[in-house]
Design a protein around this ligand. Structure first.
Ligand code: 5GP
Length: 201
């Protein structure tokens, strides 16, 4: 069986990647990797659904036991992708989606160069500021910190295979689905089909 496609999606806080991914997940048969983190759950977040919420000790144990595909220290907390389920699903031919920040994605570029890397940007820094203000969940200085963080993340977008802009939500959803579909038809991933077609004579 052909191996699944590993899709790595990053984008700054407030770019809308969560909303886009929720729709893309409905459109196909994906395994969405639930990350582990040491940050506290936000209201409404469920352990094992949004994240596996771990203590620092447990997280470090996983790192030391080679249980993480990647991990990063971001805004004072650990975040990481538990390796086992990702690898199992890929081996079983299932496409896997990781939603991770840039440092983690750069590590996956080294260990899994065959993955496809997509960076989602807001239409402009001005628009990002407007969206974060509208959300109204953060104070002004926290918003400015997030914007500074977003700018440094966007500067690394040129490391990704695809760079897309979330201007209009419906278009952004369609764009990400197109990227995934096109990637699955590249020669290196679809070459196995040639024999299948020829054998079925
Ligand atoms: P939040 O605390 O807002 O849920 O996530 C903060 C950042 O951590 C987001 O950019 C999110 O994509 C990223 N993140 C979530 N899970 C992982 C992970 O497993 N690994 C890495 N490197 N980043 C992650």
């Amino acid at each position: 069986m052909n191996k699944g496609l590993l899709i790595v999606v990053s984008g700054p806080s407030g770019c809308g990647k969560g909303t886009i991914l929720a729709e893309v997940l409905k459109s196909g048969n994906f395994y969405y990797s639930v990350s582990a983190t040491t940050r506290a759950p936000r209201p409404g977040e469920v352990d094992g659904v949004n994240y596996s919420f771990l203590t620092k000790e447990k997280f470090e144990e996983l790192i030391n036991n080679d249980g993480m595909l990647e991990h990063a220290f971001y805004c004072g907390n650990y975040y990481g992708t538990p390796k086992e389920q990702v690898m199992k699903n890929l081996e079983n031919g299932k496409d896997v989606i990781l939603e991770i920040e840039v440092q983690g994605a750069l590590k996956v570029m080294e260990t899994c160069p065959e993955a496809v890397f997509v960076f989602i940007m807001p239409p402009s820094v001005k628009e990002l500021r407007r969206r974060l203000n509208k959300r109204g969940t953060e104070s002004e200085d926290v918003i400015e910190k997030r914007i500074a963080q977003a700018i440094s993340e966007i500067k690394l977008a040129n490391k990704y295979n695809y760079i897309m802009v979330n201007g209009e939500l419906e278009k952004a959803i369609a764009d990400l689905i197109s990227i995934i579909n096109a990637e699955k038809m590249t020669r290196k991933r679809a070459e196995y089909l040639i024999n299948e077609v020829l054998e079925n004579a």
